[in-house]
Design a protein around this ligand. Structure first.
Ligand code: ZN
Length: 195
């Protein structure tokens, strides 16, 4: 479990993993603890993430905290003057300026806690996540459980091949899979396409 460093000022934490790995729950856990310690916190998410509702970061178990939907990463800077802890959810959907923005925040003595998908459904690094992970002081990779075999899962396997990288969905479209079961699934999809 992540333990906050003592006597540090600004820094960056990244929580990454597949779908259903508990990334948002971990972000909320960290931010809530800071809030209990009377620190001013604020969570941001890209406006496009509207799977549940527009004003709250909602994890899959409805454990929520208030958040600010923003159009661009630039916009975050406008809302953080009085804030000590900045949370960022669904970071993979933000624009390419987000790493620079996170550095500015951390350099200004803010704790930045970022959650995001590290790979898309094709198992390719997702958006700005690789840069964020490289720049962060602390990176936590959380895992789901493979729905096929029960092993540790790091892939977001998607049943449908139609649609682009950005396709929001629920359990009927995605399932967490381990490496072996992900490969098997992708090979089966290829066979289906070749028919
Ligand atoms: Zn498996």
């Amino acid at each position: 479990m992540f333990i906050e460093p003592k006597n540090s000022k600004g820094w960056i934490e990244v929580i990454c993993g597949s779908m259903f790995s508990g990334k948002t729950e971990e972000l909320i856990r960290r931010v809530k603890r800071a809030k209990i310690a009377k620190q001013d916190v604020r969570i941001f998410k890209p406006k496009m993430e509207t799977r549940y509702d527009k004003v709250k970061v909602v994890s899959h178990d409805d454990n929520y905290v208030d958040s600010f939907p923003v159009d661009t990463s630039d916009e975050i800077l406008r809302w953080v003057d009085d804030v000590q802890v900045v949370g960022i959810d669904e970071a993979q959907f933000f624009d390419e300026k987000l790493p620079e923005i996170c550095n500015i925040l951390a350099n200004n003595n803010k704790r930045v806690v970022i959650a995001g998908l590290d790979m898309d459904f094709l198992a390719k690094p997702f958006g700005v996540m690789p840069q964020l992970m490289a720049m962060a002081e602390y990176v936590t990779k959380v895992h789901a459980i493979c729905m096929q075999c029960g092993s540790v899962a790091q892939y977001s396997y998607r049943f449908s091949k139609s649609g682009g990288q950005v396709q929001l969905g629920e359990k009927d479209q995605y399932e967490p899979r381990c490496r072996a079961c992900y490969i098997t699934g992708m090979e089966e999809q290829k066979v289906d396409t070749d028919k």
